[in-house]
Design a protein around this ligand. Structure first.
Ligand code: SF4
Length: 93
């Protein structure tokens, strides 16, 4: 699959997530595009949309935690209003 197509697929999936979650995309659209590019590259190379801001361990089970939206974003948004990578922000931000 083309990188651009992979990106679109990830974007659609995450847009759906945003609709069902208490979060939204970072209003900085450039930043969102950069992160989506990073996620698409990781999916193309490694098979899964691992967070571009985290280092996969190589252990598939362990790395499931860093497939976007990762296991850590809720806690990060609760604490800082934004996930580590800056893709999602809290609604009040
Ligand atoms: S830190 Fe943000 S961009 Fe990275 S995987 Fe978690 S939710 Fe996605």
């Amino acid at each position: 699959m083309e990188l651009e197509e992979i990106k679109k697929e990830i974007k659609r999936r995450l847009e759906k997530y945003v609709k069902e979650s208490p979060y939204r995309f970072n209003p900085d659209k450039e930043k969102v595009e950069l992160i989506l590019n990073g996620l698409a590259k990781r999916k193309e190379k490694l098979g899964f949309a691992y967070c571009p801001c985290r280092v996969p361990s190589g252990d598939k089970k362990e790395d499931e935690k860093i497939i976007c939206p990762c296991a850590y974003h809720k806690e990060e948004i609760a604490k800082d209003g934004i996930c580590l990578c800056g893709l999602f922000v809290g609604k009040e931000r």
